[in-house]
Design a protein. Structure first.
Length: 166
């Protein structure tokens, strides 16, 4: 079964830009439904990014996402190591600050890629990041995914793939 692994920006951009909690309630009801079914999950590092704002989005996540939604990234540390090795190997392209930021233990991106790498046949990252392969000052999730053969998709693409409407 394909599992969609949500990046922080899946929630943040939806709430702040496209689907505000107080206006597009059907979007959030659909997210809750898919989370309850285990079709959408995320990881502990994303939880930390979402739960440090003390805002409406954090409250919604606490009240609506099931307790098993955020998976431990500790179980996939060997895959995270592969992601780190890839990032460091790109030091002739990326600026040192970009690599350091991507590999920062407090940032979710590299851990998210590692989590998906642990089961690439069944896990697909849902991110709003757009590929920018020539960019040197930031490593984007799509670049790591492309290099490591991990599938990724944006929010609307995920809903289309699932044939979900709201």
């Amino acid at each position: 079964m394909r599992i969609y692994v949500a990046d922080s920006n899946f929630f943040i951009q939806a709430h702040r830009a496209n689907y505000p909690l107080d206006i597009v309630v059907s979007f959030w009801n659909k997210v809750k439904q898919l989370a309850d079914q285990g079709i959408i999950i995320s990881i502990d590092k994303v939880k930390k990014e979402l739960f440090d704002q003390n805002d409406e989005l954090e409250t919604w996540c606490r009240e609506n996402l099931p307790p098993y939604f955020f998976k431990s990234s500790d179980d996939t540390i060997s895959y995270y190591t592969q992601v780190c090795e890839w990032a460091v190997s790109r030091n002739s392209h990326y600026l040192p600050r970009a690599i350091d930021e991507f590999l920062d233990a407090e940032e979710a991106d590299a851990f998210l890629v590692g989590f998906a790498l642990a089961d690439p046949a069944n896990r697909m990252i849902v991110t709003q990041e757009i590929s920018q392969p020539n960019r040197r000052n930031k490593i984007k999730i799509p670049e790591a995914c492309d290099a490591l053969n991990i599938r990724y998709i944006n929010t609307i693409g995920m809903f289309r793939a699932l044939r979900e409407t709201f």
